[in-house]
Design a protein around this ligand. Structure first.
Ligand code: PGA
Length: 251
């Protein structure tokens, strides 16, 4: 079983205006007045708030992360953001290959891999998302789909740099539904085995595998207690400081 230290990342998605920084202040207050958290805490706000989150979070140990980056370092890509721009704004992590990007923007494993590589090149730690659809789970293809995504989405550069894997069953995202604890356990063990196969025991065991998809205050303790679950990627429940803090404290 892996003994890597846990990480809880909040993904605000396309939510958050300047006043949302009040929630961040409240989270900082909870983190600094309560028992100190066992997990690293990362908040991935929309890009417009990234620099503010990085600056405001620093004193309470909250780490800022991006939600996506372009695979190129710079150039004629109107509306896109490069990994080095995220780093420049104070990010240390960046989510790549979230299922909403894969679905809404047609991102393939190859694109996700290039983005993860770009993130590493800019000194960021990519949080590489994988996960099956409901139809794929029903067809008993979940493990093979996730294995293929892992093989093609994680760049070779991960051997010498820190990367994080997030397993997010597509059908559990934003739905209030989650796999059973046994299903999560099985998938995380399978992911661990793939990582060890590819990168060897020591590196393979050191890569955090987060669970994401309807992680809530109510189910966090059970899910985060599973052996190869090294933390969580939290969407909806990361928008309220109190809920997010409860999840962080469940580690
Ligand atoms: P959710 O989202 O927690 O709202 O299900 C998780 C995610 O998309 O990262």
């Amino acid at each position: 079983m892996s003994t890597v230290s846990p990480l809880i990342a909040g993904n605000w998605k396309m939510n958050g205006l300047t006043h949302s920084l009040d929630e961040l202040s409240e989270l900082a207050r909870l983190l600094t007045t309560g028992e100190s958290p066992r997990a690293l805490v990362v908040v991935c706000p929309p890009a417009t708030l990234l620099a503010a989150v990085a600056a405001q979070g620093a004193s309470s140990g909250i780490i800022a992360g991006g939600q996506d980056c372009h695979r190129e370092p710079h150039g004629a890509h109107t509306g896109d953001i490069s990994a080095s721009m995220l780093a420049d704004a104070g990010a240390q992590y960046v989510i790549v290959g979230h299922s909403e990007r894969r679905t809404n923007h047609g991102e393939t494993d190859q694109i996700v891999c290039a983005k993860a590589e770009a993130a590493i090149g800019a000194g960021l730690k990519p949080i590489i998302c994988v996960g099956e659809t409901e139809a794929q789970r029903d067809a008993a293809e979940a493990e093979s789909v996730v294995s293929a995504q892992l093989a093609a989405s994680i760049p070779d550069a991960a051997e010498h740099h820190e990367v994080v894997v997030a397993y997010e069953p597509v059908w559990a995202i934003g739905t209030g539904r989650t796999p059973t604890l046994d299903e999560i356990d099985e998938m995380h063990n399978a992911i661990r085995a793939r990582l060890v196969d590819r990168f060897g025991l020591s590196k393979g065991e050191s890569i955090r595998i987060l669970y994401g998809g309807s992680l809530k205050p109510q189910n966090a303790r059970e899910i985060l207690g599973i052996g190869n679950v090294n933390g969580g990627l939290v969407g909806g429940a990361s928008l309220l400081a109190k809920d997010f803090y409860t999840i962080i404290s469940a580690v």
